[in-house]
Design a protein around this ligand. Structure first.
Ligand SMILES: [Zn+2]
Length: 353
């Protein structure tokens, strides 16, 4: 029996988001969308580059920078969240739409890959725009098909404490706020994964206890190998094993090696360490391209097959490489779909109806 070709599921990529006009609105008529179809661009992720690099699926992130925690800031973030998700939908239905497919479920992702299309999964990085409106999660899930929300970015928001504060106290809530807890319940209900990259350790540990679906880190590395606050320490990794979660080791040099200069070798070293500690079924990789990611040996999406080759050379079996290159992420997405279905079939009072 021949196995299908190995493709990668890159779980964190930032999208083209051009300069803003003076009033803060996107000025992306300037060709930012076209950019994702070209090879001749400084962007690390484009569709042709992804195809060259044997990428099968990508999470494209609507990234929301953290700003002031007041109504004006939150409402601006909410508008930007939707505008960026609109861009992601437009990318997925672009002029060469047969090459890409917007996917809302694991089944759709698998069938896009089998059909030779690049599966695009919309996600949100930073729950800041949700404000104290947990019902916005349902809207993002139903209208845009988002599959994860990174609880915070750098700086605490109204949901939780971040790993990296922005000139404020290191802790605001000591983990999740009440609002953050309500948002996680909504995320579980709508099959939206809880992404703990950027969250503080307390936030991560509390979220992993509360969430009915295992939490995951879409772009973080191992703190035992590189002491950076954005990385997960051994206790957090063990929690992922206990709960069935996943960490996607990311191509961000400062998270891979102290003092920077991280390479593809370092990325594989982190993956190998985590697989050794908590099992190969709890780890994968992501690029964070166009959000700061890109390392020697994996500079852009056209080189993503280098990662899979390096994993094979490091001694991972073909099946293990499938798990690392997207199998684990697909399993997690399926799990979140089952949990959401289960909540719906039990009814809102938690009883089976
Ligand atoms: Zn990030």
């Amino acid at each position: 029996m021949t196995q299908p070709p190995l493709t990668a599921f890159d779980t964190h990529i930032d999208i083209p988001w051009p300069e803003r006009t003076a009033d803060g609105l996107p000025a992306w008529e300037g060709g930012a969308r076209e950019d994702v179809w070209s090879v001749e661009t400084a962007r690390r992720f484009t569709v042709p580059k992804a195809r060259q690099g044997q990428v099968g699926a990508v999470c494209l992130a609507a990234y929301i920078p953290q700003a002031t925690l007041n109504t004006a800031g939150i409402e601006a973030a909410w508008r930007r969240t939707q505008a960026m998700l609109d861009v992601i939908h437009q990318i997925s239905s672009g002029g060469q739409a047969e090459d890409v497919r917007l996917c809302r479920t694991a089944t759709e992702i698998r069938s896009a890959i089998e059909g030779g299309a690049l599966a695009i999964v919309p996600v949100v990085e930073n729950g800041y725009g949700i404000g104290d409106h947990p019902e916005r999660v349902a809207y993002l899930a139903q209208h845009y098909g988002i599959r994860y929300i990174t609880l915070t970015h750098n700086g605490h928001n109204q949901l939780a404490d971040a790993a990296v504060a922005r000139g404020e106290d290191a802790r605001k809530y000591g983990g999740l706020s009440d609002c953050g807890r309500a948002v996680i319940v909504e995320m579980n209900r709508h099959g939206v994964l809880v992404d703990v990259s950027h969250a503080s350790k307390e936030t991560m540990m509390q979220a992993s206890e509360l969430s009915s679906t295992p939490v995951f880190a879409s772009h973080s590395c191992a703190r035992a190998l590189c002491d950076h606050p954005r990385n997960l320490d051994d206790e957090q990794l063990d929690r992922l094993r206990e709960t069935g979660g996943v960490i996607q080791v990311t191509a961000m040099a400062p998270f891979l090696r102290r003092g920077g200069g991280g390479t593809l070798e370092d990325l594989v070293r982190h993956i190998t360490y985590i697989a050794g500690r908590i099992g190969v079924e709890h780890v994968g990789f992501s690029s964070d391209f166009d959000g700061g990611g890109g390392i020697e040996g994996w500079q852009d999406a056209s080189q993503t097959h280098h990662v899979m080759r390096a994993l094979q050379e490091a001694g991972f079996s073909r099946n293990e490489c499938y798990a690392l290159s997207g199998g684990n992420m697909l399993r997690l997405l399926e799990k979140s779909e089952e949990v959401a279905d289960g909540i719906v079939s039990r009814g809102s009072n938690g009883l089976f109806t």
